[in-house]
Each structure stands twice: as C-alpha cells, then as structure tokens.
Design a protein around this ligand. Structure first.
Ligand code: ADP
Ligand code: MG
Length: 701
C-alpha cells in the first residue's frame, strides 16, 4: 500500500467516525492509519495452554493456571492493606494478591472451588504470587472460542469508559489490515533482509497484531524493533555528520594566560590522567572550526568541576564569555563558591544567577553580561531566560544533564548567532552503547578514574528491625565529629504517603537524637527554596549533625565532613539513584558508610540491587547490572523512551538489537552516504518520510 493510504485520517476507517477519531487522537495520539498501525500491542495473552504451579518460571509472563483457593486473609502492611489468597493445584501452592477491590473479592470469591486464574506471576523468595489475577470459575470457562493469541493494546481510562475497549481496537486493526490487503511498503533493503533473516514488513505488521504463532511473533517483534532503532540511528548519524560539516563554531585557537597561570599556580592537586585526557579532547574539539557538542561522563566524585573550569578558562583566553548551569539553586551556589575558591586571586569576573537573585542585582548582571565585563556566569535555569543576553557566549556547560532536556539545550544554542560550544556533564553512569544511542548526536568523553586516596564507601544492608543498633552507630559517628544524611524515598504516585513516612521518620529521629546534644536539619520538596537553602546551609556549615531529606539532595551536594548515608526503604530506589545518593559521602579523608535500610519482604530484584550496592562502588559495573535488571516503565527506561518516542523497542532491553542496528546503519552510510544507490531506495523513501513527519532531535533546525 502506498504511503498515501497510510496518511488517511483515522476517522475514515470503518468503525471509527469523528467521535472516536477525536478520542483516539487525544488519548493515544492516533491521527492517521499509519498511527493506528503502529499502535503495537503491549503484550499478548496466550490462553492456549495451562500451567502447573511447579512449572512456573520467574519470567514475568502471563500464564493460566487451574486450581482452588483454600485460604483467604488480609495482611496489614506499611502502606495500606493487601488481600492474600492461598491458591493450590496438585503440584504446589502459590499466592494471589489484591491491593484494591478487596471488599468485592471477599464477598464474591468462592473457597475450594476450581478456578482458572490468569495473570502475571512474580517470585518472592520461594513463593510465586500473582497480583490482581483474572478469575473465572472452571465450570464457566469455555475453551471453545478462544483466539490463539490475543493482542493487548495500550489503553487509558478514558478509552475504556468511552467504549473503545481492547476488543474494539483489535477490530479496527483487523479492518485496517483488510483494507490494505495486508500489503505494506518495504522499508529496508534486500541485503539487510536476507543477511539478518528479517521478516518482510508486511508479514511483520500482520504478525505483530495477529500472531500466527509464538515464533512468528518473535520474528515480527525483532523486525519491527530493528526497523525502529535502525532509522533512529540513521538520523542520529547523519545529523552528526551534517553538524560536523556545516555548523561552524568558534575556533578557540589559543591557550593563554588564564589557563596557564591557573595550571601553573593555582591547581590545588595533580590532575588524574583521565582528567588530563578529557581536557585534551575538549581542547582539540574547541580548537577546530566546528561547534562542539560533547558529553562528559564521570562517576560521582571523579572531578568534573575542575575540568569544566579549565575549559572555561580556555574560552576566556580566547576572548569569550562562558556559563555553567546546574539543575538546582543549592548546586549552583555550591559551584559558585567552589569555583571562587579555585580561582583564588585570579583576574576572572564571575557572578551567580538563580531564581532568587534580587532584581537590582539582576539588572546590574544583565548589563555586565551584555557589555562583556563578566567572564563566567554560574546559574540555574534562570540563565536560559530570554532577558539574559551575552555579549559573546563561547562555551556553555550544563552540569548533571539528566535534569535538563533537549529543549533546554536548544535554548542555549540560540543565545548567539554562532552557537556556543556545549559541554554536558553527567554523573549518571551510562554504558557506552546506551550513551551512544541516547546522545548519539554528542561526542563522548569519559573520566574513568577517581582521584587518588579515596577510601571506598563501606556499604551494608540492614533490616528495619535492627534500627536500634544503627542508631547507636550513628551516635558514635557523631561523637567523632561526623555528619549524617538520612534519605527517604519520594515517588510521585504515592507522594502523600511518602511525605507521611518522611515526617514520621523525622519525628522518631528527633526523639532518638534530642536537643541540645543533637541538631537536625530537614529538607524536602514541599519547602520553600529559602527555607531549604537555610537548612542546607546549616548542614554545610556543620551546625547540624543530621540531615533528614528526600532525594532532593541526590545530585551534586558536596559536604566532605558527611560520612554516613542512611537510605530508608532502600528497596524502593533504583540502582542508579542509590549510587548517586551514596556518592554524597566518601568525599573527605574519613572512612564513610552507606547503610541501606529495608523491611524483610523483598523482591528478588530488590535483593539483587542491594547486593550489587554492597558489593561494588564502581558506577559502570552498577550501570551494567541496572541494565540487565531494568524493565520498561522504570526510571531510566521511561525517560529514554519518552525522549526518543519509541513505539516498540526498549533501549534497555533491546540493547543487542540496538547495537546491531547501529552497526548496520554505520555500514550503510559508509557505503552510500547520501542513500543514492537504487538498492537503497526503500530506505531512502522511509527515511525521507520519517524526517518529514517529525525530526526526533528537532533542535538542529
Ligand atoms: P564530580 O565529578 O562529582 O562533580 P567534583 O568535581 O565535585 O566531582 O570533585 C569531587 C572532589 O574531588 C572535589 O572536592 C575536588 O576538589 C576533588 N578532586 C577533583 N580532582 C581531583 C584530583 N585530581 N586530585 C584530588 N582531588 C580532586
Ligand atoms: Mg559535580
């Protein structure tokens, strides 16, 4: 079918009409036939077979089991109640669990009657459990008319209440396949199809919606994931090539007095080899005539700040202004203070700009920026405001990238007629392949070495029941003059409960560590910036010994005297977050500790996370484990798919496919940089179509 057919507005499809078209658009972003076709099922129900309890695997698959409920109980838990049923067949027992709708269940479920249950199983310790199963009495369960494999599409509440159920979507897909006669244009070349043994596009689309077998489903998924990742890589690679060619940057030809006098007279320590290497890389980049767009990766504490400063000095040596942006006020302030100290008596003019900078100061600052009197501007998002204009911004540095989006980067680009060089610094250890596809348009430098003499943080896991011992340990540490962080989780969907946990925790700490012997700070997201800063300040100055906080302190805060990090409900944090938090300690000369507190009930995955944290301090090793563990929907995964707008591939789980897609994209462009060869026509057509529809990295234009 031609691409015109696929551009037909969805309202024209039989069974849709204007009303449904509207809902499909607002709820799922479906406007055309093509959009519907690319609404892929999230999962499939395989109701063709039945499992025995002793055959269950910890695979996260949906399975169907026949058995009886022999016991039903309500369990009180930290947050709310859950209802647990003991479910048995002739091979063993497992649990069915409900967190909602418990009244209905208690009144309607029948004990000791055969049921067919259907759902996803998880393993906790040695027990399998199925949350919120679909249940049907065996006697009502008809096997006759079941589809081999039923696709389950993404849905929303609005969709189901408007009658656009899964069945309806499935019907619409059928209609679309019928109208198109199941015939879709190929998007890859013959070489790729045969060398990778890929399904052709039509078969893949058919089988992704209505799989004829598990095997064909797997092939269809592979083909479509490859497709998606391949075209993203093509876009990233060609944009990068284009940028190298066309986007002229400032050429920082000289390394002058500022850099040299800092290097010779002010450097407080010997740079590590890794720091020297990345400074060289950045220098070379800024010295060429193309604009730099570079990602600097380095684990927490690896010393990115001084690298940033030295790059800024090069910019100043070449007569340009620079800015350094941080995601929070606390961090911006800290950078400002830190840089001030490093610069000592050097002739460099620096200022701080945040949301709370006074109006009078602001006006002065704007003037100094515009007439070029200011060399370095340190700040928060406030730097991006349109009012902030530079005379000649030559280099912009963004610290802790994961808090900034692509849109913000693009704003920086526009601060000058010629875009400034851009250096993005991140402490999130991302394995290299992943970094390449996420930031495929950036060049990458890595600081893979910590400054000498660091003592690795000792990490242990303790159960809540051992809290008293932990408190005793804290008192000993405080006696030695150390400071302590106690961090509580804050996760959006349960914010109210989390907040309560934090406050309960705070009160019990205050009881355990009373005035006047102990001073405690508290910082959380609901406080005013002013109050947050005040509390933070007290801790930084050593006036308080304990800092109770939510994850707001996750990024960048530097209090070298703090030597203990307690993480409450540690099982609720992702690995990379745990690692970031731990990075807040171990910055001074003293032995530091990280204590992961949890209850007794832990999922296998949580256990692996805790064990990994106790085993290693290496951010990259942790990132690799994280990559293996993570499923879609978790922190990084969501962020990434949000960024790239992926429909079927998962950058984390499909890392192998990603590597292959990247490899083949590179090969293709080597052989045919402009996609002019006739054998590559399908790729060219698909590529042109794609970039016309939406450029994924819109900021180039
Ligand atoms: P991050 O990469 O997490 O931003 P920082 O730049 O804050 O790390 O550096 C962490 C600490 O290490 C700072 O106190 C800094 O002064 C110190 N530091 C950085 N580089 C070195 C080095 N080469 N030798 C010794 N200490 C260093
Ligand atoms: Mg830092």
């Amino acid at each position: 079918m031609s691409s015109n057919f696929l551009k037909t507005p969805i309202a024209y499809l039989k069974g849709v009409g204007p009303n449904r078209a509207n809902i499909l658009k607002t709820e799922l972003g479906i406007e055309t036939y093509a959009d519907l076709l690319q609404l892929y099922p999230n999962r499939y129900l395989d109701k063709t077979s039945y499992y025995k309890i002793n055959q269950l695997q910890n695979s996260g698959a949906d399975v169907q089991i026949v058995g009886k409920i022999i016991h039903l109980k309500t369990v009180e838990q930290k947050r709310g109640k859950r209802m647990v049923a003991t479910f048995v067949d002739d091979t063993g027992e497992m649990e069915l669990v409900w967190f909602r709708g418990q009244k209905w269940i208690r009144e309607n479920l029948k004990l000791n009657e055969p049921y067919v249950v259907f759902g996803r199983v998880n393993r906790y310790g040695s027990t399998y459990s199925m949350p919120h199963p679909e249940m049907e009495l065996l006697k009502n369960h008809q096997t006759g008319l079941k589809v081999a494999m039923q696709p389950i599409y993404p849905s929303t509440e609005k969709l189901s209440t408007s009658g656009i159920t899964n069945r309806v979507i499935s019907k619409l897909q059928q209609q679309l396949l019928l109208d198109s006669k199941g015939n879709f244009e190929e998007t890859l070349n013959a070489e790729l199809l045969s060398s990778l043994k890929l399904l052709n596009r039509s078969d893949a689309l058919l089988n992704i919606h209505f799989p004829k077998s598990q095997e064909l489903l797997a092939k269809a998924q592979f083909r479509l994931k490859f497709d998606e990742l391949f075209f993203i890589q093509l876009q990233l690679l060609s944009k990068k090539a284009l940028r190298k060619q066309k986007i002229k940057g400032f050429q920082f030809g000289t390394v002058g007095d500022h850099f040299n006098s800092f290097f010779n007279e002010h450097l407080p320590f010997e740079l590590t080899d890794a720091q020297k290497r990345v400074i060289k890389e950045i220098r070379a980049d800024m010295g060429s005539s193309a604009q730099m767009n570079r990602l600097l990766q380095g684990d927490v504490g690896s010393g990115k700040t001084i690298v940033a400063l030295m790059c800024m000095l090069i910019a100043i040596d070449n007569g340009f202004q620079t800015c350094l942006m941080a995601p929070t006020e606390i961090l911006a302030q800290q950078h400002y203070n830190g840089l001030k100290e490093l610069l000592g008596k050097m002739e460099v003019k620096m200022a701080l700009l945040t949301g709370s900078t006074k109006k009078s100061e602001r006006t002065l600052l704007h003037n100094q920026l515009e007439n070029g009197n200011l060399n370095i501007l340190v700040g928060t998002h406030a730097v991006l405001e349109d009012k902030v204009q530079f005379k000649n911004l030559g280099l912009a540095i963004i610290d802790e990238q994961h808090r900034f989006g692509v849109a913000q980067r693009s704003k920086l680009w526009k601060k000058n007629k010629i875009p400034p060089h851009i250096l993005v610094m991140t402490a999130t250890p991302i394995p290299r392949t992943l970094a390449m596809s996420l930031y495929g348009d950036l060049d990458i430098s890595v600081i893979d070495e910590l400054p000498p003499g660091r003592k690795p943080v000792k990490t242990v896991h303790r159960y809540d029941s051992n809290r008293l011992k932990v408190f005793r340990f804290l008192k000993d540490e405080i006696k030695k003059g150390r400071q302590i962080y106690i961090v509580y989780p804050l996760i959006q969907e349960s914010e109210a409960l989390d907040y309560k946990d934090l406050m309960d925790g705070y009160e019990s700490i205050v009881r355990e560590f009373p005035l006047p012997d102990y001073q405690i700070s508290i910082v959380h997201g609901k406080m005013k910036t002013k109050d947050k800063d005040y509390e933070m300040e007290r801790f930084v100055k050593g006036e308080t010994q304990i800092m109770v906080a939510t994850t707001v302190i996750e990024v960048g805060v530097n209090v070298p005297n703090a030597s203990v990090m307690i993480i409450e409900s540690a099982e609720r944090f992702g690995l990379s977050q745990l690692h970031q938090l731990r990075g807040r300690v171990g910055r001074g000369a003293e032995q530091s500790f990280c204590i992961l507190m949890t209850g007794h009930k832990l999922s296998e995955e949580a256990r692996t996370r805790l064990e990994t944290m106790c085993r290693t301090n290496d951010g990259f090793e942790i990132a690799e484990v994280d990559l293996k563990l993570r499923g879609p929907g978790d922190l990084m995964g969501t962020q990434q798919s949000g960024l790239l707008n992926l429909r079927i591939a998962d950058i984390v789980k499909d890392n192998q496919i990603l590597k292959s897609a990247r490899y083949h994209a590179i090969q293709l462009l080597k052989d045919d940089p402009k996609l002019e060869k006739s054998k590559n026509l399908p790729i060219r057509m698909a590529y042109v179509q794609l970039t016309k529809d939406k450029a994924i990295w819109g900021y180039i234009s």
